[in-house]
Design a binder for this molecule. Structure first.
Ligand SMILES: Cc1cc2nc3c(=O)[nH]c(=O)nc-3n(C[C@H](O)[C@H](O)[C@H](O)COP(=O)(O)O)c2cc1C
Length: 383
């Protein structure tokens, strides 16, 4: 059984092995076959978990945020939610450091790889790499409005080229057996005509995409930063609901501005799933209630302290295995105690640059107020 309170049971993070053609993680074949990484059969945390019934909640792809350390934290909090990687471009994968982009911890399943790209052959090859590494889903980004992404002719501007997206989806589906999904907006620029997004979905669905994750805002390709593009274009959830009515056999997961259980509940009455981005990142403790509330799991006795403790174990293993400094991991958990007394001080400790050379367990002691002296002493005076 997976228990976030017990840190020693975690297998080591995925390590790549060179197969001669692509780099695949070592665990994908022999270790699964041997049962070394056997998971609780009742959970979805197994490779291939997304081929049957699809979980209804997911955590969004977020560049620089939803890295493997962040996903590890989120997985400790929810066994069931699908976790998305940051967007990885096909160029970065096919010409860059595959291990850096694709390495993930086996505990992260079900985990989806989000790709950025538009060229069908490159998408197919990247999807093949993702499937080989053990990802459970490949998702194509058709929603990012950044200028850099537009220069690469992918992201949200792909919504104007549904036939090209369909070719990309078909190429990926031909290349891999895992689900291929698309994340998109409801329109681009001032285009508010429902027919635009309906035809986009219809064309892409004909190529075999069965699940669409819809950020329920237009993307304004000119004049708004990516950040403003997540806030300023109005949310129109009704468009996603209309898509569900028009394509009842397809899966639609709504995204954008969802921060409460009331909103999730309301959406789940009308669409197939909800993807949460910023609120999951800033308030990760919310995820601890998801499995019981949305997946009918029995409540697990996790506490913020047990999660923090498990993260310290992870930091220690990461430091040994990959030389990862604790603060590269701790930055993702700074919202864990939001709303509790002492949260500010706790957050300050876990982000204090003066403690960067200390071991994670010592930082834990300081954060818990057990080693106050270590924090108060000036740098030179600390051993
Ligand atoms: C820091 C950050 C990075 C993001 N990076 C990506 C990305 O790589 N791919 C993507 O499809 N969306 C990206 N998004 C958008 C989110 O996936 C999501 O669509 C958006 O934040 C709206 O959902 P929310 O209101 O629940 O945050 C990013 C959002 C943030 C805040």
């Amino acid at each position: 059984m997976f228990d976030p309170c017990i840190t020693h049971q975690y297998p080591t993070p995925v390590e790549p092995v060179f197969t001669g053609v692509f780099l695949f993680p070592m665990h994908t074949v022999a270790d699964y076959a041997s049962g070394m990484f056997a998971m609780d059969a009742e959970t979805d945390r197994k490779p291939g978990a997304l081929t049957g019934r699809r979980p209804t909640l997911s955590v969004a792809p977020m560049l620089d945020w939803s890295d493997r350390h962040c996903r590890y934290l989120h997985r400790l909090l929810s066994r069931r939610a699908v976790l998305y990687t940051e967007m990885v471009t096909t160029g970065a994968l096919l010409h860059g450091d595959v291990v850096r982009h694709l390495r993930f911890n086996i505990e992260e399943h079900p985990v989806a790889l989000q790709l950025g790209g538009s060229e069908p052959a490159a998408l197919a090859q990247s999807a093949r790499l993702g499937a080989g590494w053990g990802y459970d889903e490949v998702n194509l980004n058709c929603g990012c409005p950044s200028e850099r992404v537009q220069r690469g002719a992918f992201g949200a501007c792909l919504m104007a080229e549904p036939a090209l997206v369909a070719d990309g989806v078909k190429a990926m589906r031909d290349a891999v057996a895992i689900p291929v999904t698309v994340k998109h907006r409801i329109g681009i620029d001032a285009m508010e005509d429902y027919g635009f997004v309906r035809d986009f979905v219809g064309t892409v669905a004909e190529a075999g995409c069965e699940t669409f994750i819809v950020h329920a805002r237009n993307a304004w390709l000119k004049g708004l930063s990516p950040k403003d593009n997540r806030d300023i274009p109005p949310l129109r959830y009704g468009v996603v609901q209309q898509l569900k009515r028009d394509f009842p056999s397809l899966g639609f997961h709504v995204n954008g501005g969802i921060t409460t259980d009331a909103q999730v509940g309301e959406q789940l009455e009308k669409v197939d799933g909800v993807m949460v981005g910023r609120e999951a990142y800033h308030n990760p403790w919310w995820l601890a209630s998801w499995d019981a509330r949305y997946f009918g799991d029995t409540q697990r006795p996790v506490t913020r302290e047990s999660i923090e403790e498990a993260m310290v174990g992870y930091m220690e293993r990461e430091a040994v295995a990959h030389g990862t400094p604790w603060y590269a991991i701790a930055r993702h958990m700074l919202g864990l105690r939001n709303g509790l007394p002492g949260a500010r001080r706790w957050r300050q400790v876990w982000s204090d640059h003066r403690l960067k050379t200390e071991p994670a367990r010592k930082v834990l002691a300081v954060a818990r107020g057990l080693d106050e002296a270590a924090w108060r002493l000036p740098e030179a005076a600390r051993s």
